[in-house]
Design a protein around this ligand. Structure first.
Ligand SMILES: [Fe+2]
Length: 404
């Protein structure tokens, strides 16, 4: 099935240019154009589209208003902003309804890659209503304690970028959102981002303040719908998995970008649990009960009650947000690395083992995380397990010393 893309811009020349630029994709994509927001909505009411790519500044209805309408009426449609550099103020307003942000002039490979990345995992979820619910998400909740900390820090007249970066690095929701922003081309960062703190630093203090205080890009985790959800434990598990994954990748002499991605993938690998807990609280509660009460592996319990696993759900959202592919892929396959098309040591291996070791060191049974020993054997890495475990234990002990 061809991907259907609708380009919206009030300048006819620009639209023609975009159509010309996308000509090489005509085997896979079907392109349509609209000269205004209302015309785009009219087109969408007549036939379904997979992606809307819109200009920001347009007379009448602007790009943000259009994307808000698309989000409400057709939530499953991928929403991309293609805006001029001078529109920075306006762009910040579009941060919530847009999945990705691109700048004009946009090179064809950048546009193609953004669309391909956003749609890459669209077949991962079969359930349309779940897809719609995930496409509507514009922020992942933060741990309440960290949310309070960041609000205090950005509201303070003496706020420090270093402190802000450090808080973001400990939170799943904030890290995911910041990576979504810095991975967009609007801010113009072409190089590989090494850490959530570096990502925040690149955006700069003023932009972060505007995003947090006026645009409200972060939100606080509200566990009223699912009281049994051990939020603190999930955050702790995620952060430690990130640290372990980084240690394992470094021990295997991976390149620095792989080591950094391993940390970020570890920190984000449970994002799907937050999505399920917030969007399907009843079903997710049942999954937790099934797994805890009857010892059913978490993945099976999730599939039985929610129809999907947290790995699939998390990867789906983060790919819509345009996060780097190695991170998204590792999250999608972190519990079943053997099914990943890529069978070599990398980010996925690091978080699969990191996640297992964290559970094991925490004294939890394999119902939460099963180690795929055959996968490690195929990669000729099975014998490395004791060495990795020692390195991770050592890091934990050092961290303990540091804290005390
Ligand atoms: Fe997991």
């Amino acid at each position: 099935m061809k991907l259907k893309i609708l380009f919206v811009d009030d300048e006819p020349n620009l639209l023609q240019g975009l159509v010309r630029m996308m000509r090489s994709m005509r085997q896979e994509w079907e392109i349509a154009t609209a000269g205004s927001g209302p015309e785009a909505l009219e087109r969408l009411s007549q036939e379904p589209f997979d992606v809307v790519v819109t200009d920001m500044r347009m007379p009448g209805m602007d790009g943000t208003q259009l994307l808000n309408e698309v989000k409400n009426r057709y939530p499953e449609v991928v929403r991309i902003i293609l805006s001029g550099h001078s529109d920075r103020e306006m762009l910040l307003k579009s941060v919530r309804p847009a999945h990705q942000f691109l700048t004009k002039p946009c090179r064809d490979e950048v546009l193609k890659s953004a669309i391909t990345r956003a749609c890459g995992l669209r077949d991962l979820l079969a359930d349309k209503s779940l897809k719609q619910a995930i496409s509507r998400i514009d922020s992942l909740p933060s741990l309440p304690a960290l949310y309070l900390e960041i609000m205090k820090e950005v509201e303070s007249p003496y706020s420090s970028m270093h402190k802000i970066g450090e808080i973001i690095s400990r939170d799943i929701g904030m890290t995911a959102k910041i990576l979504q922003l810095v991975n967009s081309t609007f801010f113009g960062f072409r190089r590989h981002i090494a850490s959530p703190a570096e990502a925040a630093e690149l955006l700069g203090l003023e932009t972060i303040k505007t995003l947090v205080l006026s645009v409200k890009i972060f939100s606080e985790f509200d566990k009223t719908g699912i009281k049994t959800f051990a939020a603190d434990r999930i955050w702790r598990h995620s952060l430690t998995t990130g640290i372990f994954a980084k240690i394992i990748a470094a021990a295997e002499n991976q390149e620095p970008p792989v080591i950094n991605d391993a940390f970020m993938a570890g920190l984000l690998h449970c994002a799907g649990k937050l999505i399920l807990a917030v969007n399907l609280p009843q079903q997710y509660k049942e999954a937790l009960n099934l797994s805890r009460g009857q010892g059913l592996p978490v993945l099976e319990a999730e599939r039985q009650t929610c129809g999907v696993t947290h790995g699939e759900v998390g990867a789906y959202l983060l790919s819509l947000w345009g996060l780097p592919f190695p991170i998204v892929e590792a999250i999608a396959y972190h519990h079943r690395p053997g099914s990943c098309p890529q069978q070599e040591m990398g980010v996925l291996t690091a978080i699969h083992v990191g996640c297992f070791l964290e559970y094991q060191l925490h004294g939890e049974k394999e119902v939460d995380c099963h180690l795929d020993r055959d996968y490690l054997a195929r990669l000729q890495l099975r014998h490395k397990l004791p060495e990795w475990q020692d390195l991770c234990l050592q890091a934990l002990a050092e961290e303990g010393e540091h804290v005390s």
